[in-house]
Design a protein. Structure first.
Lengths: 201, 180
């Protein structure tokens, strides 16, 4: 088996758009099933009421990471052909902070706002309009901030390279961290479950 | 309201177990890596649409800006015939389908009990602007950087993810009246 299939020319550009749509359907389905079409469910994460965002996200990361690691190890997937989002350290630190604040202010992240819109959440439509405005603002401001936006460009950089550790060990540590996090998530939920602003309900 | 069993008024199904949903999501992500050689995304679709809109209004202006130019140059013959644009259209379909199955498709506004609908809309708009700016600065959002970058152990993806949680928790207290 030679994968990634697209990189080995098993199908062309036009077909890749159909594949994109199929992948998106699966993505949207599981996001909605997880409850991520609801801003209250999503934001409960940040009040330790419901850690589903953390659980779903880290389960997905671990699942895909283990799958890729295994398929790479047995030689079915050429991992060097799998796109790794390039690192721009400082822009990503600032961008992540902005997006995190935007998440709790707006109630969604870009992907989940689309899911929420698909199930009729009017606030998600407003949120999406805001995202468009934000993209417009930064696109227009790009020439002015290009220096910062392109700073600390480290290219294709992975955690095993940063810490000089074998990939297998990093994979194992991420799994360990996730399992520890799942346990901690339960502890936090129980601690915060009984002390909400109950009078509001 | 009474609890009679009108199928139209049926109460929504419970959400899927988070670990099960996570495995499903992870398998979709894995399929994307294996079939396409790339992960999932969302904010890129917003950029493509924005770039096309700017190009339609002021073509010379758009071509003079490296940010718009990059999005206008991508895609299969047209900037909107782009992987993420089609993927996000799929997300719309998949989300709707799942919501329909679970009885969760309903025109509503998501908010806590202590804020008006108008107030909620104002925050949704402001939050959207912050997310748009943040996602573009970071070259991706929760889907592209945190989820997909996280799974391929991208250093920037992990840094981004931690900052998203930091930003969310950091501002949560200020936003408590909107949600709790």
């Amino acid at each position: 088996m030679n994968a990634p299939f697209f990189k080995f020319g098993l199908f062309g550009d036009e077909v890749s758009l159909i594949v994109a749509c199929a992948i998106g359907i699966g993505f949207g389905f599981f996001l909605e099933q997880a409850g991520f079409g609801s801003a209250r469910k999503l934001t409960d994460q940040f009040y330790f009421k419901d850690m589903a965002v953390f659980r779903v996200m880290f389960t997905a990361i671990v699942t895909a990471m283990l799958g890729l690691f295994y398929l790479g190890a047995v030689g079915w997937v050429d991992l060097s052909l799998v796109y790794v989002t390039p690192t721009y350290l400082w822009p990503q630190i600032v961008g992540g902070l902005l997006l995190g604040v935007g998440f709790i202010v707006g109630g969604y992240c870009p992907g989940t706002s689309v899911v929420a819109m698909s199930t009729g959440k009017v606030d998600a439509v407003v949120n999406i309009v805001g995202i468009f405005v934000g993209v417009l603002v930064i696109g227009e401001a790009w020439p002015a901030i290009e220096g910062f936006a392109n700073s600390s460009a480290l290219g294709r950089l992975t955690l095993p390279e940063v810490f000089h550790l074998p990939m297998g060990l990093v994979v194992f540590l991420v799994v360990l961290m996730a399992v520890g996090g799942f346990w901690g998530a339960g502890v936090l939920e129980r601690r915060f479950a009984d002390r909400p602003a109950k009078e509001d309900q | 309201m009474s609890s009679d069993s009108h199928s139209v008024e049926r109460s929504p199904a419970p959400y899927m177990n988070p670990y099960l949903a996570g495995i499903g999501l992870g398998l979709v992500l894995l399929a994307s890596f294996v079939v396409m050689g790339r992960g999932l995304g969302a904010s890129g679709a917003f950029s493509s649409v924005c770039a096309v809109a700017v190009d339609a209004v002021a073509p010379a202006h758009a071509q003079g800006n490296s940010f718009w130019r990059e999005y206008l140059a991508s895609g299969v013959g047209h900037p909107l015939k782009e992987f993420l644009v089609f993927e996000v259209l799929g997300v719309l379909v998949g989300g709707f389908f799942s919501g329909l199955l679970a009885g969760r498709v309903r025109r509503t506004v998501e908010k806590g009990p202590r804020i008006s609908i108008r107030g909620r809309f104002a925050w949704a708009f402001v939050g959207g602007i912050l997310m748009g700016i943040g996602a573009k600065l970071a070259r991706g959002c929760t889907s592209g950087q945190a989820l997909s970058g996280g799974a391929v152990l991208s250093a920037g993806g992990w840094a981004f993810m931690m900052m998203v949680f930091a930003g969310g928790y950091g501002a949560a207290w200020l936003m408590r009246r909107q949600w709790q």
